[in-house]
Design a binder for this molecule. Sequence first.
Ligand SMILES: Cc1cc2nc3c(=O)[nH]c(=O)nc-3n(C[C@H](O)[C@H](O)[C@H](O)COP(=O)(O)OP(=O)(O)OC[C@H]3O[C@@H](n4cnc5c(N)ncnc54)[C@H](O)[C@@H]3O)c2cc1C
Length: 382
Amino acid sequence: MQRAVYDAEHEAYRDSVRRFVATEVVPHRERWEAAGRVDRELFRAAGKVGLLGISAPEEHGGGGNADFRFNAILNEELGAADVLGAGLGLSLQADIALPYLVDHCTPEQAARWLPGVVAGEAILALAMTEPGAGSDVAAITTRAVRDGEHYVVNGTKTFITNALNADLVITAVKTDPAAGRKGISLLVVEADRAGFRRGAKLAKVGQHAADTAELFFDDVRVPAANLLGEEGRGFYLMMNHLSQERLAVAVQATAQARRAYELCAEYAKSREAFGSPIGSFQHNRFVLAEMKTETEIAQSYVDRLLLAHSRGELDAVEAAQAKWWTTELCQRVVDRGVQLHGGYGYMAEYPIARAWTDSRIQTIYAGTTEVMKEIIGRSLGF
Ligand SMILES: Cc1cc2nc3c(=O)[nH]c(=O)nc-3n(C[C@H](O)[C@H](O)[C@H](O)COP(=O)(O)OP(=O)(O)OC[C@H]3O[C@@H](n4cnc5c(N)ncnc54)[C@H](O)[C@@H]3O)c2cc1C
């Protein structure tokens, strides 16, 4: 499929990303999945070649480039190499958490945190979800009480990506429980603070290299100087940043769907049944035709949003549309891909089988399909 979204500079960048994925990721995937987390060295290696801080200011080691298409390329190349779904935490760092720091740090905070984050020395987590509050972020109960020049934080977060490796946790807290969403603030909590504790890695059905876990805050004293943005503005900061997060997931879902189609097309040529390649049976040809068609249509829409975002014009409703539709599509494509592979499609050594379990989360995190439809529905003015 011809794509008009990238220019020569992007494609040159893609070459270096492809080399990075081939040398620093692919050889380690199985080991990281078995260990249940990636090596911290992955982040340092990504930092070294400039993958983690594209949008960060140059004075702090970043690329000074707000063009999200560069971020998209990393996701696409990880997808093409069958390692995106392992759950590496790079997207969480570069696409999702870093923008909070880039957009809302004071100059002092930026100097304190950004160089380490961009270099991959400091790993980020973003902790919104709690055992009792996921989709309904405003219902969080983690409390931060001001005490002189500190906040004292108490509460529990769950399902947090990068939880075991994280050095800095951007944490959603209630600073004014009576004020609803206007009482939410963001605090950056260093993982070596007294009273901060990580739970055991949660056993997931997929994304086995992702160190998803609970985080516990017991009277953690956090300097007021770690407040990100204004007190009481945290909910709005999160809502603003979710559009890019949703576009990132749409890029990933589309990359995984495209890769699933390629895997199936190759398999349908080489696998024979009843004396013919399985792709020669009309049903399977139609399945492949549908996969190809739907994936290319999804790609066109995602590319349009990537271009819009590169101009600073990403629309929240369109990001929600892309998120729910591409992630549901990815699941359809991958599920049919498993079927097309027969018994081999159920074997973990086959990328299509891993894609099936790894991609299942996509319709849930970064806002569920149902929440996306709520956002879209509310915009219709009924
Ligand atoms: C692998 C993984 C990684 C994650 N990483 C992070 C992370 O790094 N940081 C973080 O903060 N969180 C993270 N999450 C949490 C994730 O964002 C939440 O699981 C998600 O937002 C859904 O919240 P919930 O699980 O509480 O489900 P609930 O909100 O309880 O939803 C349950 C069901 O009800 C539906 N529902 C809820 N509200 C509505 C409504 N208004 N209308 C219709 N249906 C509705 C939902 O769509 C869903 O089907 C992660 C989760 C997983 C599994």
